[in-house]
Design a protein around this ligand. Structure first.
Ligand SMILES: [Zn+2]
Length: 249
C-alpha cells in the first residue's frame, strides 16, 4: 500500500548535540523524498536514509540557523564531493534564502550554487506537486518570514508547524490531519513559539489523529513537554527522537 512516511533527522534546539541534531525531517512516498528543514546535524542523519543527490526537493520553514544552516553543508556535498545530482535540486524556502546562502559562500562558489539548487521562494498559500506528494505552505507567526507545511499523499495528511506561535494558519494547516508535527519550544506563552499547551490546543481544534512534539526548548525535556501537550489535546501524543520513522497508513 502506498504510504507517506516521516523520518526524524533532528528535533533539537537551539544547537546540535551528540545524537540530537537540530530540526530536520524526511518526507517519503514511493516517488518522492523531500528534506524538510536543514538544521545543523540533520544532513548527516539524512544520509542514513537517502543520498542527498537523490532528493526530490528541499523545503525550509524559515531562515533561523537551527532550521537552515545545513543547507550550506548540503551545497558542499552536492558541489564538491563524489555526489553528482543528475538534476538541480529544487529548494523551497522563504524570501531571500538564496542571497543568505550566497553571503556564506565565496564568490567562486556562488556561481556553482545555481548548478546544484533550483531556487524557489515561498509565499502564503504556495502549493507544489512533487511527484505524488502535494506540499502547501502557509505563513505563520514567528517574527520573521516563516512557514508551516501541509503534506498530502494518497489521502494521508501530515502537517508541520515550522516554528510559530498559535495562529489560524497553523489550525488550517492541521485541519483533519493524520499527524500534526508541532514544535513546543516555549515553556511560557510567547507570540513566536508554541508552548506544549498551544501545540495540544492546535491538535485538538484541528481534530488530528496524532500529535508529534518536536523542537522542545532547553527549559523542558521532550517527554515532559509531550505530557503537557497531551493533557490539552486528549489524544495520542508523543515526543519524537531522531532516526524514528513514522508511517502514515
Ligand atoms: Zn525559529
Amino acid at each position: 500500500m502506498s504510504t507517506l512516511s516521516l523520518t526524524v533527522l533532528g528535533a533539537g534546539t537551539p544547537y546540535p548535540r551528540p545524537d540530537n541534531a537540530c530540526s530536520g525531517y524526511l518526507l517519503r512516498t514511493e516517488q518522492s523524498a523531500v528534506w524538510v528543514d536543514a538544521g545543523p546535524g540533520s544532513l548527516a542523519n539524512l544520509q542514513r536514509h537517502v543520498s542527498p543527490d537523490q532528493l526530490s526537493a528541499i523545503w525550509i520553514s524559515h531562515l533561523h540557523a537551527d532550521h537552515f544552516a545545513d543547507l550550506a553543508s548540503a551545497y558542499y556535498a552536492l558541489a564538491f564531493s563524489e555526489l553528482r545530482p543528475r538534476h538541480r535540486i529544487p529548494v523551497y524556502a522563504p524570501i531571500g534564502w538564496g542571497g543568505r546562502l550566497e553571503a556564506f559562500l565565496t564568490n567562486s562558489q556562488v556561481a556553482a550554487m545555481s548548478a546544484v539548487f533550483e531556487e524557489h521562494e515561498l509565499h502564503d498559500g504556495h502549493q507544489v506537486e512533487i511527484a505524488d506528494l502535494r506540499l502547501t505552505s502557509r505563513a505563520v507567526h514567528h517574527g520573521i518570514p516563516a512557514f508551516g507545511l501541509r503534506a498530502e499523499h494518497n489521502g494521508r495528511v501530515l502537517a508541520y508547524s515550522g516554528d510559530t506561535g498559535p495562529c489560524a494558519a497553523l489550525d488550517e494547516l492541521a485541519s483533519g490531519a493524520d499527524v500534526l508535527l508541532c514544535e513546543a519550544d516555549a515553556d511560557e506563552e510567547t507570540e513566536v513559539h508554541c508552548t506544549p499547551e498551544d501545540a495540544g490546543e492546535a491538535a485538538r481544534k484541528a481534530g488530528v489523529k496524532q500529535l508529534l512534539i518536536t523542537h522542545v526548548g532547553p527549559a523542558m525535556t521532550p517527554e515532559f513537554a509531550a505530557g503537557r501537550a497531551a493533557k490539552v489535546f486528549g489524544g495520542r501524543t508523543v515526543a519524537v527522537a531522531e532516526n524514528e520513522i513514522h508511517e502514515l497508513r
